[in-house]
Design a protein around this ligand. Sequence first.
Ligand SMILES: *[C@@H]1O[C@H](CO)[C@@H](O)[C@H](O)[C@H]1NC(C)=O
Length: 239
Amino acid sequence: MYSSKLLAITCIFVVVFIQNCYADAISESDLRRAIFEHYDKLVRPVKNAATAIPVTASLYPVAIKDVDVKDHIVKLDTWFYVKWHDDYLTWDPSSYGGLEALRVPAEEVWIPDLTVYSGTPDTMTHPTVHTNVVVYANGTVLWVPPFTFKSRCPATENQVTDDHFKCTISVGSWTYDVTLLDLHEKHEDVLEAAKVEAFQDIHHEWTIESMHAKKGRRPSLKYVPVNHLFYQQAMHFYQ
Ligand SMILES: *[C@@H]1O[C@H](CO)[C@@H](O)[C@H](O)[C@H]1NC(C)=O
């Protein structure tokens, strides 16, 4: 009698213990399976098709690779900071063991088709380096791939003076117009933001003097870019 009671108590204890173990053991894999079960990465992730998806984008210069003054082309290494909201990639962290974020390959989620409008055809489209995105429980998705491109710098007045070179780089969606994708800059002073993290002023001849980003304002624009205007100053060496 006594031993069967003990056995029963032990059994209850074991069952409770195992249940607790399972309750706590939520893996990233469980979360991924739950949120991606019916996920369609080929279409805009908005639950109401009439809403424009909000996207924030900035090109952070990392290094100047080349300045071709004669042909008005600059080549830049950048980090392409892109952030948006995905209505389908959300969860309640308290139901998933407190998991607040999930890192998955960018290929697994919808990503905005941003391009450098002023880029040369061979480098203007998506970064080819594959990196992860960070998906936060509230649906925010952050993607910061490294991106090297060449941009035409259309000739404007005073574009090239003795020691300055002016360039406007436009970034925007290739297929989503303003009614579908609402693009904004992250920082107006991009150079300041980049200096904090990444910018390496290593070019022997040129330095970036300033770089500002601003959403295009012309009301007639169907595809609204974020324009990055920057001035490069030649460095002079005296012997
Ligand atoms: C979503 O969560 C991230 C990470 O915690 C946070 O930075 C961001 O501000 C949040 N977005 C909104 C719209 O609350």
